[in-house]
Design a protein around this ligand. Structure first.
Ligand code: NI
Length: 220
C-alpha cells in the first residue's frame, strides 16, 4: 500500500530543516551507496559532520513518532536515522530497491518527506513501480509518501531548481505489507463504527479482531 500523508512533518519542523539546509554542508550521495547503486545514484546528502544533523534527525523522528496516521500505516518498531537529500539540476537516482538491512534493522517501510515547494523545481518526482505501472509523486512541503521498502523506485532527473527531501526507513512490527493493510483497514472501519454508532457489540468485535491479529502478526 502506498500512502500519501499531507502533513507528515509539521511546518515548524520543515522550516528548521529547510533553513539548516541553506547553509549546511552536503556530500556526494554515492558515499552511502552500495556497489551497484553507485552507478545510478547522483544526489547530495547532508554531511555526516554537520553539527545540526543529529538535532534535525531527532526532531523529525519525534514528529513521526507523534503522527497518528503514520503510526497506523507503518506500525513502526524502530526508525533508522533520517537522511536529508538534495538534488540539483542534472541529478537523479535511477531505479533501485532499498537495502533490506540497514544498521542491523530490517527496512519494511520507506518514506520520503518533500521539503521544497513543487513549483520551485522541475522533475524530481519520486517514481514508484507498482502493479499498475510507474506512479510519480511530487508533493507540497511537509507531505510524505510512505511505501513498502521492497518496491522498485527512482527519483526522476531534476531539470530546474533544487529538490530537498527527508528520506527514511522503518522496521515495522508487522513485516508483511498486506497484513499491515488489513490492520489499517480494520482499524479505519472500527473508528467509523464508533463515530456512527458508539461503542456497540460490532465495534467491540472488530476491535478484538484488530488486537488479536496484531498479536498473531507482530514481531516484538
Ligand atoms: Ni531508495
Amino acid at each position: 500500500m502506498i500512502f500519501c500523508i499531507a502533513d507528515l512533518l509539521p511546518a515548524a519542523d520543515c522550516a528548521a530543516v529547510i533553513e539548516a539546509a541553506e547553509t549546511a554542508g552536503f556530500v556526494d550521495g554515492r558515499q552511502t551507496a552500495g556497489w551497484h547503486a553507485r552507478q545510478i545514484k547522483d544526489n547530495q546528502q547532508l554531511a555526516p559532520a554537520e553539527p545540526r544533523a543529529p538535532a534535525l534527525r531527532a526532531r523529525i523522528a519525534a514528529a513521526l513518532g507523534h503522527h497518528e496516521l503514520f503510526s497506523l500505516v507503518v506500525r513502526p518498531k524502530a526508525l533508522m536515522p533520517v537522511m536529508i537529500s538534495r538534488y540539483q539540476p542534472g541529478m537523479a537516482y535511477g531505479a533501485h530497491v532499498d537495502d533490506a538491512i540497514m544498521g542491523g534493522l530490517r527496512s519494511d517501510v520507506s518514506f520520503t518527506i518533500f521539503l521544497a515547494d513543487p513549483e520551485s523545481y522541475d522533475g524530481g518526482e519520486l517514481v514508484i513501480d507498482t502493479a499498475l505501472g510507474e506512479q510519480p509523486f511530487k508533493l507540497p512541503i511537509g507531505a510524505g509518501v510512505v511505501y513498502p521498502s521492497g518496491a522498485l523506485h527512482r527519483v526522476a532527473p531534476v531539470t530546474r531548481g533544487t529538490r530537498l527531501a527527508a528520506v527514511g526507513w522503518a522496521q515495522s512490527l508487522v513485516r508483511d505489507a498486506a497484513r499491515r493493510e488489513i490492520l489499517f483497514d480494520l482499524d479505519q472501519a472500527r473508528r467509523s463504527l464508533f463515530q456512527a454508532q458508539g461503542k456497540t457489540t460490532e465495534f467491540d468485535l472488530v476491535s478484538k479482531s484488530v488486537a488479536n491479529l496484531l498479536r498473531l502478526w507482530a514481531d516484538t
